[in-house]
Design a protein around this ligand. Structure first.
Ligand code: ATP
Ligand code: NCN
Length: 196
């Protein structure tokens, strides 16, 4: 998904932004240190992937609005693309000040198995007026557009992978080898406390 986004949109850099306190689900059951180390291991082979750790350095819920406001202040004239999956898009109207978010960045949505686009009301209205069909359009303005990025679907969910690691203790073929090695070395995801 991330590689496809870099290629299709011709991005210089795509930042992975781990959140500290998710707005709508339980906090991660694993330490920040381990999460950052696994992300670093996953992106190491790819120079166009970087980490953005701003949410880990902030207290309170990790509202995307706050991160996007900070990014916009740092880069007033640069198009900002926020990549999410279809399940996130279908729930976007439940996010904190979601309409302000759509003014700060372009939203790029990747399809996900079992997730059809299902929106109504204000979110449907946003979709109708903001959607563009050509990725190049995203570089013409700094924010406000919506693009459904085509690409291969991957039937993967992080909670399933964690559960599988706990149940079988075997490495999961969806994980990069370096991440599997890290998980094994640190005996992560072995009990219910850290499968979130
Ligand atoms: N297989 C996938 N296909 C498309 N989008 C995905 C996929 N996995 C994750 N995403 C998207 O990546 C973002 C972060 O996902 P997240 O870290 O919550 O993983 P998740 O697999 O959705 O977690 P969980 O299994 O706990 O629901 C979300 O916007 C989600 O929609
Ligand atoms: O800002 C919000 O209200 C908000 C609500 C739900 C999700 N998000 C962000 O969306 C991304 C994926 O979230 P999740 O819960 O599907 O892992 C992650 O960056 C979250 O911080 C943000």
């Amino acid at each position: 998904m991330a590689k496809q986004c870099v290629n299709a949109l011709n991005l210089n850099t795509l930042y992975f932004m781990p959140c500290a306190l998710p707005a709508h689900k339980m906090a991660p059951g694993i330490s920040t240190e381990h999460r950052v180390a696994m992300l670093n291991a996953a992106i190491a082979p790819y120079p166009f992937f970087q980490l953005d750790l701003r949410e880990l350095h902030r207290t309170g819920p990790s509202y995307s609005l706050l991160s996007l406001q900070e990014l916009r202040a740092q880069h007033p004239n640069t198009p900002i693309v926020f990549l999410i999956g279809m399940d996130s898009f279908n729930n976007l109207d439940k996010w904190y000040q979601w309409q302000a978010i759509t003014q700060l960045c372009h939203i790029v949505v990747y399809q996900r198995p079992g997730q059809q686009c299902a929106v109504s009301g204000h979110l449907q209205h946003y979709m109708q007026q903001a959607q563009v069909n050509n990725a190049k359009t995203l570089s013409h303005t700094v924010a406000g557009k919506l693009y459904f990025l085509p690409g291969e679907m991957l039937d993967a969910a992080s909670s399933n992978i964690r559960q599988q690691l706990k149940n079988t203790n075997k490495k999961n073929e969806l994980l990069p080898d370096a991440v599997s090695l890290y998980i094994e070395r640190h005996a992560l995801y072995q009990n219910d406390d850290n499968t979130n």
